[in-house]
Design a protein around this ligand. Structure first.
Ligand SMILES: NC(=O)C1=CN([C@@H]2O[C@H](COP(=O)(O)OP(=O)(O)OC[C@H]3O[C@@H](n4cnc5c(N)ncnc54)[C@H](O)[C@@H]3O)[C@@H](O)[C@H]2O)[C@@H](O)CC1
Ligand SMILES: [K+]
Length: 518
C-alpha cells in the first residue's frame, strides 16, 4: 500500500454509482409530476397495464387461462388494465377481488369499468382460485398500509398455495416496498415487474424470498419527472466490480499492496482467523500477519505458509507493538472470543488507525469497548447489529437500510450489514445494497472470509467506503460463482478462495496491452 494513498484514496477511485433505489415518497412525487406533464392521470396506469401484459407475454406466451387478483387501489387498477389486454388477445381471464375491497380510487374504478365494459369476468374471493395457468398479483403495491389480515391474508395464502407461476405487479402483495419487511402473508412471485423506478425495499431482507426475478418498466417517464429526487440507495451488481479493481502496476511489490494484521482465533476457533488471513491473501494483500493462540501456529503454517503467524498467549506481549506499527490495516474479531484473551487483545490493538471489526470485536463493542480511532469498517450480521443497537434482530431485519443508518449514527465508520441483500452505509454516503450472494453463504466462517477481503481492499489503497463495497461485492460474487459450480447447500467458505482470486482479476484487466513484451 502507498502510505500516502490511504485513507484519502487515489483520485481515480470511482464513487459507487449503481442502479438507483427509491423510497415510496419519491415514487409518489415522480408519479404526480408525470401525470401532470402527461395531462391525463390515467395514462400511467394504461402504460403500466400494457408493460405488464408485454412482460407476461415475454415469459408465459402460452398461458391461456389467467387469474388477475385485483386490490382496491391503483395496483388493482394496473391489474384491470392488464386483464383487458389479456381479454383482447383471446385469453380466458378472471379477475378475483376481495368482497370488501371493490376498487376505490377514481383511476382504479375507471379501469375496472373498462374491463367490465369489454365483457371481462370478475368474481369475489370465496376461499380458492379459479383453475388457471398463471396468476397476476395486483392486490397491493406501494400503498400497503399494514400487514394483510383476514380475507386479504387468506387470498394471498391461496395464491401461494396454488403453486402456480405468479407475476407480481410493482410489488409482491404484502411486502413493504420501503423497508422490505414482510409482517404477515405475502405473495411469493416468480417475477415482479416494478413500475417507474426500482424500490429500495425489494432488494434486501425478507423481500428477496418474494420478488423472484425483478424487472423494471419506467413507463416512459421524462428526466424532468425525476429532477431533484435522489435515490435513497444504490444497487451494486457484478458490473460494478471493475470500477474498483484496477490492474496492478508492473513494478508493483509486496510493500505497495498493504500489510494486514489479522487478530483472533481463541482456543477452539483457530479456523476463523485463518480464513480471514487466507481471504486477505487471495484478495491481493501484499503481506498478512496473524496474531493467534500458540496452539494454532503449526496447523496454520502447514495450511497457509504465506501467512506470518505469531503466537500470542500472554497479554502485554512485547511482540505486538512492532507488528501493529508495521500493519496498515487491522482485521480483528474472527474467533476472537469475549474472554480475557480476546478482550485484552481488542483493548491493546483497538487504537489502530484503520480496522475491520467483525464477530466478537463487534460484540465487545456492543458491551462498551471503544471503537478504534481510525477508519473502521464494521461487518455485523443482523444479530450483532441488534446487539450494537440494543434492539431485536427482527427489528433490524424489518428495516435493514434504516438499521445500517442507525449503526453509522451510533458507532461511526462504515457499516456492512450482512445478510440477504447486504447493505453498506457510511455518514455522508448514499448506501449501497448488493445484488449478489446466495443462501449457501449461511454457514460458519463466511463472515471471516469477508473480513479478510475488506481488509485486503483497504490495504491496497481503497478508501473505507469503497473498500467495503468492493470487498463485499467480490465476496458475494465469489460465493455465487462457487455455488453455480456445485450448488448452494454444502458451500464452504474455503470454496470462495479460488474465486476471490479469479474474480479479483478480470481477464481484460490483468495484463494491460501496453505491459506485454511482444
Ligand atoms: N398513481 C399512479 O400514477 C400510478 C400508480 N401505479 C400503481 O399504483 C400503486 C399504488 O396505488 P395506491 O396508492 O392506490 O396503493 P395500492 O393499490 O398499493 O393499495 C392501496 C389500497 O389498498 C388498501 N390497503 C392497504 N393495505 C391494506 C391491507 N393490509 N389490507 C387491506 N387493504 C389494504 C388501502 O386502503 C388502499 O385502498 C403502485 O404500486 C402501482 O402499482 C401505477 O399504475 C403507475 C401509476
Ligand atoms: K402487487
Amino acid at each position: 500500500m502507498h502510505a500516502e494513498s490511504f485513507p484519502g484514496g487515489s483520485p481515480s477511485v470511482a464513487a459507487p454509482s449503481g442502479v438507483g433505489l427509491f423510497d415510496v415518497a419519491a415514487l409518489r412525487a415522480i408519479e404526480t409530476r408525470a401525470a401532470q406533464r402527461l395531462g391525463d392521470a390515467a395514462e400511467l396506469m394504461r402504460r403500466a397495464g400494457q408493460s405488464a401484459w408485454r412482460e407476461l407475454l415475454a415469459h408465459w406466451p402460452d398461458a391461456h387461462r389467467i387469474v388477475v387478483v385485483c386490490g382496491p387501489g391503483n395496483n388493482g387498477g394496473d391489474g384491470y388494465e392488464l386483464a383487458r389486454h389479456a381479454l383482447g388477445s383471446g385469453r380466458e381471464v378472471v379477475v378475483v377481488r376481495l368482497p370488501a375491497h371493490a376498487p376505490r380510487g377514481d383511476l382504479a374504478v375507471a379501469a375496472a369499468e373498462r374491463y367490465r365494459a369489454d365483457g371481462g369476468r370478475e368474481q369475489t374471493f370465496a376461499g380458492g382460485l379459479p383453475d388457471c395457468e398463471l396468476v397476476v398479483d395486483a392486490l397491493f403495491g406501494i400503498g400497503l398500509a399494514r400487514a394483510p389480515e383476514g380475507e386479504a391474508a387468506a387470498l394471498i395464502e391461496a395464491i401461494n398455495a396454488a403453486a402456480l407461476p405468479v407475476l407480481a405487479l410493482d410489488v409482491p402483495s404484502g411486502v413493504d416496498a420501503a423497508t422490505g419487511s414482510v409482517a404477515g402473508a405475502a405473495v411469493v412471485a416468480q417475477r415482479t415487474l416494478e413500475f417507474i423506478a426500482a424500490k429500495a425495499g425489494l432488494v434486501t431482507g425478507a423481500a428477496l424470498d418474494h420478488v423472484g426475478i425483478r424487472a423494471l418498466a419506467d413507463l416512459g417517464l421524462a428526466t424532468e419527472d425525476r429532477a431533484g429526487l435522489e435515490p435513497v440507495a444504490e444497487l451494486l451488481t457484478s458490473a460494478d466490480l471493475g470500477r474498483w479493481l484496477r490492474p496492478r502496476r508492473r513494478d508493483s511489490h509486496k510493500g505497495r499492496n498493504g500489510r494486514v494484521l489479522c487478530v483472533g482465533g481463541d482456543l477452539g476457533h483457530g479456523g476463523a482467523i485463518l480464513l480471514a488471513a487466507e481471504a486477505a491473501l487471495r484478495s491481493g494483500a501484499g503481506l498478512v500477519d496473524v496474531v493467534t493462540r500458540s496452539a494454532h501456529l503449526a496447523a496454520m503454517l502447514a495450511r497457509r505458509p504465506e501467512a506470518m503467524v505469531h503466537a500470542v498467549d500472554a497479554l502485554g506481549d512485547a511482540s505486538l507493538e512492532p507488528m501493529l506499527a508495521a500493519a496498515e490495516v487491522l482485521a480483528i474479531g474472527p474467533g476472537l472470543g469475549q474472554g480475557t484473551w480476546g478482550r485484552g487483545l481488542f483493548e491493546a490493538l483497538g487504537a489502530a488507525r484503520c480496522a475491520v471489526l467483525d464477530a466478537d470485536a463487534l460484540n465487545l463493542l456492543a458491551q462498551g469497548a471503544a471503537v478504534p480511532s481510525g477508519h473502521a469498517v464494521l461487518t455485523p450480521h443482523p444479530g450483532e447489529a441488534a446487539r450494537l443497537l440494543g434492539r431485536s434482530t427482527a427489528d433490524v431485519q424489518g428495516d435493514r437500510l434504516g438499521a445500517a443508518a442507525d449503526l453509522v449514527a451510533r458507532h461511526g465508520g462504515v457499516v456492512v450489514l450482512k445478510g440477504a441483500g447486504t447493505v453498506i452505509a457510511a455518514r455522508g454516503r448514499r448506501p449501497c445494497v448488493l445484488a449478489a450472494g446466495n443462501p449457501g453463504m449461511a454457514v460458519g466462517g463466511m463472515g471471516d472470509v469477508l473480513c479478510g477481503v475488506i481488509a485486503a481492499m483497504l490495504a491496497q489503497g481503497l478508501p473505507a467506503f469503497e473498500a467495503a463495497c468492493c470487498g463485499a461485492l467480490l465476496h458475494s460474487l465469489a460465493a455465487d460463482a462457487a455455488a453455480a459450480e456445485a450448488g448452494e447447500r454444502g458451500l464452504l467458505p474455503s470454496d470462495l478462495m479460488p474465486w476471490l482470486r479469479r474474480l479479483g482479476n478480470p481477464p481484460s484487466r490483468s495484463f494491460p496491452e501496453s505491459a506485454r513484451n511482444e
